[in-house]
Design a protein around this ligand. Sequence first.
Ligand SMILES: [Fe+2]
Ligand SMILES: [Fe+2]
Length: 279
Amino acid sequence: MTATLTTAPVPAKTRLEPTRIASDTYLVHDHHGEGTAPVIVPLNTMVIRSAEPIVVDTGMAENRDLFLADVFSLVEPEDLRWVFVSHDDVDHTGNLSALMEAAPNAVAIVNWFMAERMGASLGVSPLRQRWVGDDEVIDVGDRKLHTVRPPIFDAPTTRGLFDPTTGVYWASDSFATPMLHVARDVAELEAEFWAEGMTTFNQYVSPWLALTDDRKFQATVDRVEALGACTVAGCHTPVIGRTHVDAAISTTRRSPTATVAPQPDQGVLEQIQRALTPD
Ligand SMILES: [Fe+2]
Ligand SMILES: [Fe+2]
């Protein structure tokens, strides 16, 4: 039998148009798990229409058509100058090569270890790469963006990105949370669910939290807090606006010692399989 006879159709995804989160700054949305998994995980990308426009992370390959349409609704392909990759995970690099192919003047901002770890799968010529590590500056014409590693991360290559002109900080995998329904802003999430979701994801993303010297970990949170960001965006969170930044920081501070639920197991997979199988 063919797959189409044995597999129920995947439920339609809620479509979110890009969200303007600050002056000339937009989130391009995607998410995973809607209609099949117990929770939904956001998968965002950021676009800054600076004098030299920059795309921050590149989403999942499975969402390529919508991703490219959304990005190019905000910036013309030939105007795109920079593609910043926060780290080399598939949900951040999924459309990198497609974007570079469509945007002939773009340079990919990666780093040595990313190029080393990805090898040929990076799909970008060294002639179109720039290597930027943590605590460096990227001049995009009308502003200077600052790379700041977030406190929670799951790849050694990770750098976040702070725009001092808008106060927006891109936190990569930090401040991640699941959602029970598709949301643009964490204000739409129930506060207790958000706090529990973030501590859970923080421990899943960075299991080494349990091994860290807490003073050293808190210093990494201090560094991000000291930016004074008024908006925090990330790949796996609805936008965190001014009224919720402090809560995101304090929840992260508490994460190493929080008790969280175990990761989804075979039972959850079977639940997903039932959702995908016709009666
Ligand atoms: Fe990651
Ligand atoms: Fe991620």
